[in-house]
Write a protein that binds this ligand. Structure first.
Ligand SMILES: [Zn+2]
Length: 338
């Protein structure tokens, strides 16, 4: 399933995300040589509708058509089939960012092939570029809080999310090989997201890595993912329809990355004994920790920072409604090694 190339095919840099499937035929790992041989690993389009990563990579490579990169770069161009249709994932496919922990599907095997191909090349760092489906500030996610991971993430944003779930994340697998981050560049299609990602990739290709850590790790805000919120399968939910069994207030989209205080109205139930699925990192049910039902109103019980809420009902069904975050203590003293 995985194609491995050691050259940039002609015409590739002219392709928009939706045109890559015709040229590449499937997920492709592209080794681009550079002056320093240990590569930076970059992955883009693990979600086919999240186009910023590809736009940043092709913009960067266009600037080096006539000169070598300062460092080799191995680019995984992921779900080009879904990208052709502007979809995160196609029906029948596994989510390309949930398959990095081993398994038997074609997508799981593709992930294992990428890891086997990259490990002997000793990548200096791994950067997985994504977009959020709702408006969020740009931030970086890490699965490990050692200084190298935090320093790599801080180069992108001072806002960091530390997460250990869901399973099968690209960055989680790569964090065993090298410092690895996921960067979230706002919604797709925004030029500032592309420019930010491109500048970050170029900086990582140019600078000495690992980045000196002392100067940067004091200056971060680290949030911890406490729970993932989804709609129970089969429950009719809507952001607008007052007849829905579960109606989530769409104005919450304005509060991504803000703290929702106790008592905030989050939604309205058709039946007052309904519940959302609020799953903690170890799979525990945290509904009663963060939410309560007051009659037909769904309200916040314990304050949290809202993250990645989307109004795309199809994404809510495919993935989840949002994540709940809490801040960790700020500064280097809060860093824990794992
Ligand atoms: Zn994504």
């Amino acid at each position: 399933m995985l194609q491995i190339l050691d050259h940039v095919p002609s015409g590739l840099l002219d392709c928009a995300s939706s045109e890559l499937a015709d040229l590449l035929g499937g997920p492709t790992l592209l080794h681009v040589p550079g002056e320093r041989p240990e590569p930076l690993h970059v992955s883009v389009l693990l979600h086919g509708n999240e186009t910023t990563g590809w736009e940043a990579v092709r913009g960067l490579l266009q600037g080096f058509v006539n000169q070598p990169l300062p460092r080799a770069m191995s680019v995984l161009i992921g779900n080009v089939e879904a990208a052709q249709y502007g979809q995160r994932v196609l029906p029948g496919q596994q989510d390309y960012n949930r398959v990095w922990d081993g398994g038997d599907s074609a997508e799981h095997r593709m992930a294992q092939q990428v890891l086997a191909e990259m490990a002997p090349r000793s990548p200096i760092a791994s950067i997985d570029v994504h977009n959020t489906s709702g408006p969020n500030p740009h931030y970086a996610c890490v699965n490990c809080l050692d200084e190298e991971h935090v320093a790599l993430a801080r180069q992108f944003s001072r806002m960091l999310i530390y997460l250990l779930a869901p399973n099968g994340l690209h960055s989680m697998a790569f964090s065993k090989l090298c410092p690895a981050v996921t960067v979230e560049c706002g919604v797709p299609g925004q030029s500032e997201g592309v420019a930010h990602a491109q500048a970050y990739l170029l900086q990582c290709l140019t600078e000495d890595l690992p980045i000196p850590t002392a100067s940067v790790v004091d200056d971060v805000e680290i949030y911890c993912t406490k729970a993932r919120v989804s709609i129970p399968s089969g429950m009719y939910f809507s952001f607008q329809d007052t007849e829905a069994e579960c109606r989530i207030h769409p104005e919450l989209i304005e509060h991504n990355f803000q703290q929702l205080p106790e008592g905030t109205k989050f939604g309205v139930w058709g039946h007052p004994d309904s519940r959302l699925e609020v799953e903690g990192e170890n799979g525990q049910d945290l509904y009663d920790v963060y939410f309560e039902n007051r009659g037909h109103d769904l309200v916040v019980r314990r304050p949290f920072f809202l993250s990645m809420l989307t109004l795309r009902e199809d994404i809510v069904v495919q993935d989840c409604l949002c994540y709940l975050l809490e801040p960790m203590n700020q500064g280097a003293e809060s860093l824990v090694s794992d």
